[in-house]
Design a protein around this ligand. Structure first.
Ligand SMILES: Nc1nc(=O)c2c([nH]1)NC[C@@H]1CN(c3ccc(C(=O)N[C@@H](CCC(=O)O)C(=O)O)cc3)C=[N+]21
Length: 286
């Protein structure tokens, strides 16, 4: 039997149309949610993502400021830009596109962002609040994954969730959010010995590895839900995930495609966080 497709594009559309309604309500009170996106250097992939974010903002009636600076931009100058955005009442969300050039300390930059405008959910205050289950801006990709599971009525409670990848922006928080939903969570990573031994026991498998078509059906438990966070290029330069989609289609019960899976949800959650910030509410982690 062929797996059910988890349609991130359709789900993100649905969420975005709900966001647009709330943006309109805010507009009646004279408030326009504003997102500032800061981009340093000229990484072509970053440019594509950033343009996408801007387009989405505008489609939803939100304001989006793109602040672009050359590769040589100094750390001190960037910290000053952030300080100005922190103090700008019309800016509700600040996103500094990662990765940053090597001469800029990423952690210092994240620390400089006002936690009340931290729509990426990367500030230690946001991370800490998420970890202890308090209100916080949730990181967009893991939050988008949880929304997809919810949309497809997949309840993580009591399930064994295996997360491959332990980055601060995807793997680690994805495991935490699944834990909050009462999953039993296993983290795997580049030093895991016999990866398939773990993944074959996963009811829910989250892959954030960054290797094209790395996971075939030998890694998948029959009936598993497979969430592919990978954004890779295959041998023909085509966008593809970590999962060999065709190969696992008859083994998994549900699967996210790349593109059209987790990626569009990431952007929708960024919009939601910016809206929430403008509403002066914070997301609930319960
Ligand atoms: N501070 C910061 N916050 C981020 O959220 C952040 C970042 N830095 N740096 C880069 C990564 C990457 N990222 C993506 C978001 C959406 C898609 C997305 O929409 N992907 C589409 C395909 C897009 C295409 O066709 O290229 C999809 O999967 O269908 C991809 C990647 C956010 N990131």
């Amino acid at each position: 039997m062929s797996a059910t497709l988890i349609d991130g594009k359709a789900t993100s559309q649905k969420i975005k149309s709900q966001i647009a309604v709330r943006v309109e309500q805010l507009a009646q009170q004279g408030i326009v949610p504003g997102l500032a996106v800061v981009l340093i250097g000229d990484n072509p992939a970053s440019h594509t993502y950033v343009k996408n974010k801007k387009k989405t903002c505008e489609a939803l009636g939100m304001r989006s400021d793109l602040l672009e600076f050359p590769e040589s931009f100094g750390e001190g100058e960037l910290l000053e830009v952030i300080s100005n955005l922190n103090n700008d009442p019309e800016i509700h969300g600040i996103l500094v596109q990662l990765p940053l050039p090597g001469h800029i300390d990423e952690f210092k930059v994240i620390l400089a962002i006002d936690p009340d405008k931290d729509v990426d959910g990367f500030h230690p205050v946001s991370v800490g609040n998420m970890m202890i289950g308090r209100e916080a801006f949730l990181p967009c990709t893991p939050h988008g994954i949880m929304k997809l599971l919810e949309e497809y009525h997949i309840d993580p409670a009591g399930k064994h969730a295996v997360v491959i990848g332990r980055s601060n922006i995807v793997g680690k928080p994805a495991g935490q959010l699944l834990l909050q939903r009462d999953a039993t969570v296993t983290y795997c990573h580049s030093r895991t010995v016999d990866l398939a031994e773990y993944t074959r026991k996963a009811d829910i498998l989250i892959s954030a590895v960054g290797r094209a078509k790395f996971l075939g059906k030998e890694y998948i438990k029959p009936g598993a839900v497979v969430i592919d966070v990978g954004m890779n290029r295959d041998e023909n330069g085509k966008l593809c995930g970590d999962v060999d989609f065709e190969d696992v289609l008859d083994t998994a019960s549900h699967i996210t495609p790349v593109p059209g899976g987790v990626g569009p949800m990431t952007i929708a959650m960024l919009m939601e966080n910016t809206l929430l910030s403008a509403e002066r509410g914070l997301t609930e982690t319960k």
